[in-house]
Ligand binder design. Structure first.
Ligand code: PMP
Length: 430
């Protein structure tokens, strides 16, 4: 039977199966394929969806924002009113709680932490960087570029396990409640990168209300995939409202961007937080820049318009990428289902499918896949310091390849998982 639990097969059966799979693997290697599934990039058809945005502002257009400011010129540090309005709807906060940035939310996150290290944050007792140690809680698997910011700024990372409803809150409450050096936590609360998990109301409520030893503790709430649904939308509880209600209005910095709505690298980024947090930030921002790209903001607002228009646009994205997610899930099921050598998540949105192999197998799987021409995200990348303690997590990014390429790539991935797993099982059976 194709779907038997590998752990219950006799060594001789496993050996036979291994030899058959190995022959297939060698044949594929000789085909010298080149498939890249390493990063979550939109495919060209998705980018085509936003081409009309490039024609939306013409040379005979009046490039005036709602407040009368000339978008062609300097002026305004934190965004035009109509952009704040649109993003306030997306993030479900007040327009006064929004600052529009440049082309990248990652830059805003990096700069927010860098400013905290250099100058501190409201409610704190000076620069984080002056303290003997600064630590962040890192729900993992998570987003490698968040971890890279901590590594660069010498912030110690503490792994917290991701569970079905978000990160392990018992552990978070204990750690943040005890250690004054813990100044922050990274969260991708909706369709998380890579697990595709949306935090439950209970998780959001506990993050907002928990006791923290550090008075200037901050939640870095990266809501990058908030409108990126594949099925019926998940609902995420509003963290800023929850923080206010719990008496911790300054606890959270929220981030998002249009990178995977329009054009990555040429989108508009946004931050939301309490007015006190934003006032402190604006002072520093106005030293860093004379103002953001208002023309791009205007282009985005005129193209995306309102939530109805934005949601229809996102449905067109979903129509392109959902078949790709389905293909990956079908292939994983047909190749690995029942074998008990891997499990994977079925996300309702976002950009990734997260797969766990047997403990200790991920690095070998990723290496073998690369040798057969399939580039995956580096094993370990989804953990702080690039080190997955159980060496089992693999992040699959299905959006960029074509359906045909994807099918081939996942078949190769499954082949590698089986080869490495059989070796591991035979190793323990010995
Ligand atoms: N946050 C998450 C969770 C991401 O996956 C990504 C990558 N698309 C980003 C932020 C980067 O966003 P930006 O392009 O706005 O810097």
């Amino acid at each position: 039977d194709k779907h038997t639990d590998f752990n219950r097969l006799e060594n001789s059966e496993l050996n036979n199966y291994y030899m058959r799979l190995e022959e297939r693997y060698e044949n594929i290697k000789n085909e010298k394929m080149k498939l890249d599934m390493s990063r979550g990039k939109p495919c060209p058809e998705q980018l085509d969806l936003s081409m009309d945005m490039l024609d939306i502002l013409g040379s005979d257009d009046l490039l005036k924002a709602e407040d009368g400011s000339d978008c062609r010129n300097y002026g305004g540090i934190d965004g035009i009113p109509e952009a704040k309005e649109l993003f306030s709807k997306i993030l479900e906060v007040d327009a006064s709680e929004i600052v529009i940035g440049g082309n990248s939310s990652l830059t805003m996150m990096h700069d927010t932490i860098a400013r905290a290290m250099l100058h501190g944050v409201p409610g704190g007792s000076g620069p984080w960087g002056k303290r003997p140690a600064v630590k962040f809680l890192c729900p993992s698997p998570g987003y490698d570029r968040h971890f890279a910011i901590c590594e660069l700024l010498n912030i110690e990372m503490i792994i917290v396990d991701m569970q079905e409803n978000g990160p392990d809150m018992d552990r978070i409450e204990k750690l943040a409640g005890e250690d004054e050096a813990i100044k922050g936590i990274w969260c991708v609360p909706k369709y998380s990168n890579p697990d595709g998990i949306t935090y439950s109301d209970g998780t959001v409520g506990r993050l907002a209300a928990m006791q923290t030893k550090a008075a200037d503790f901050r939640i870095f709430w990266d809501d990058a995939y908030t409108v990126h649904h594949l099925n019926e939308p998940d609902r995420l509880k509003n963290i800023l409202a929850a923080c206010k209600k719990a008496g911790n209005p300054d606890r959270v910095y929220m981030f998002s961007s249009t990178s995977k709505i329009t054009f990555p690298g040429s989108g508009v980024a946004v931050m939301a937080a309490s007015v006190d947090n934003l006032d402190a930030m604006r002072k520093q921002l106005s030293v860093q820049s004379i103002g953001p790209d208002k023309i791009n903001q205007l282009r985005h607002v005129r193209f995306l318009k309102d939530m109805d228009q934005l949601n229809s646009h996102m449905k067109r994205h979903a129509a392109i990428i959902k078949p790709k997610f389905d293909k990956v899930l079908e292939t994983l099921e047909s190749e690995l289902g029942g074998k008990k050598i891997a499990d994977w998540k079925k996300p309702n949105g976002g950009y990734f499918i997260s797969l766990n192999t047997l403990d200790g197998c991920a690095e070998d799987v990723v290496r073998m896949a690369a040798e057969a021409g399939v580039t995956l995200t580096k094993a370990g990348a989804t953990f702080p310091y690039g080190k997955d303690p159980r060496n089992r997590n693999i992040r699959i990014a299905p959006t960029f390849p074509t359906l045909k390429e994807l099918e081939t790539a996942i078949e190769i991935l499954c082949l590698c998982i089986q080869l490495v797993s059989i070796k591991a099982i035979l190793g323990t059976n010995k």
